[in-house]
Design a protein around this ligand. Sequence first.
Ligand code: FAD
Length: 467
Amino acid sequence: MSLTLNNFIQLENFGHSLRAPSYRFRPTRAEEIYDVFCLARKTGLTVAARGAGRSYNDAALNGGGIILDLSAMNQILEWDPASGVVRCEPGVTLEKLWQCVEPSGWWPPVVSGTMKTTLGGCLAANIHGKNNFQKGPIGEHVREFTAMLPTGKLVTCTPEKNADLFYAMISGLGMLGIFTSITMQMKRLHSGLMSVDARPVRNLNEHLHDLLENAPHYDYIVGWLDTTAGGKNIGRGQIHAANNLKEGEDPNPKQTMRLENQTLPPRIFGVFPKSMLHYFMSPFMINIGAWGVNTAKYVASLRTHTFRQSHAAFHFLLDYVPNWELSYGRGGLIQYQSFLPKETAEKTWHEMIDLSIRRGLPSYLGVTKRHRPDKFLLTHAVDGFSLAMDFKVTDSRRAKLSRLLQEFDRIVLNAGGRFYFAKNSETSAESARAFLGEPTLLKFKDLKKRCDPDNLLESDLFRRVFE
Ligand SMILES: Cc1cc2nc3c(=O)[nH]c(=O)nc-3n(C[C@H](O)[C@H](O)[C@H](O)COP(=O)(O)OP(=O)(O)OC[C@H]3O[C@@H](n4cnc5c(N)ncnc54)[C@H](O)[C@@H]3O)c2cc1C
């Protein structure tokens, strides 16, 4: 098929803080991906893949180039409820996937904090969940994938076959090829409910100690961290740790696994439409408002308790308020997620949180997780923890924020930390080289030459970090 360049549109990152005009194509079949590569070659443009555009940064943006939007390749091709193995097109969202497998007693082994992401995007970033310390990133649950290289060649990869490509394309940010089908193993469930323990932590030492000591006793663990609290309160927050119910613990698993018992309620307190909520959050998205909300949340979380919650409610808390990112206003938000070894995390985050508060640029939301290393090429994980911090962007804050985050990069690198390419927007080529190491970069560049000899696949992130 012969394509023409007539669909120029403005695309944004998830946080609406970055914009990139691009030509967008939305293939429905693998052959159409090849047509887009041919057009790119003919016009001298570059191509970047995009799933649901849920990356916080420029990973799925390609200013002045072509965006290959995979969201229409969204069919579940095969599903075997006996073995829990599923084969999907790359545009299948986690939402579509869990809704397909959950009623038969399965759940995706690794999910992001939103269900709107696509499998292609999740593999390209190699996402982690609240169970990263146990189950590793999503790539560890992929049995096989097929990808189209810019040469038009289709490659099939497993941990054994084309293993170098398997471990590089998963985590490779769509820079080596485009996933066209993905086969994954789901995880067995014995109930539609989870048992969740909630408890407060008074400071960073208690916070990280809880994650470290308690993670082995749970399937999932995550912390909320009040990034507006300074001094001796730095690191205070709440831990949520959860276990899947074991066989026999739920008297009626068929009932709790029904989809209507999983979907998130459309209204708050039964009356207030959630879709309106972000308007009411907006006035609180200033330093003093965020401090008030975080303080109130901390006070409300002082009670230690245990409760049962559906899988969807536990995993996709961030989907409770649709379009919550719009509450940050016109300039949007960016996220900064650092991964630190367990030995250096406390001192390092203490310094970073303190610095952000002193500069008048506190993060409005902080989330912590426990991690373990993995063997994917562009891995972000460590034997330690991560802290994700959300920052409001405005015209007057943008330059100051950028300087703060570059300072953060130096602090994190000195502490042996790493960064995540689906989140951070400031990581420079120097920082990437420092944490990935020269041998990893050379290996990535070698594979890039092999898979994409004409450098067709490029995103704004690629140009920022790898060129
Ligand atoms: C509210 C929220 C919560 C989140 N929680 C988490 C979390 O808990 N853990 C976590 O790890 N991440 C999390 N993320 C980040 C998110 O999971 C990743 O950014 C993910 O990559 C987004 O998927 P997507 O489909 O939107 O991909 P996009 O953002 O559209 O693209 C991401 C990358 O994938 C590439 N890509 C997309 N499709 C393909 C394809 N078919 N073939 C090759 N490359 C492709 C793109 O080029 C780009 O580099 C969260 C994001 C949000 C907005």
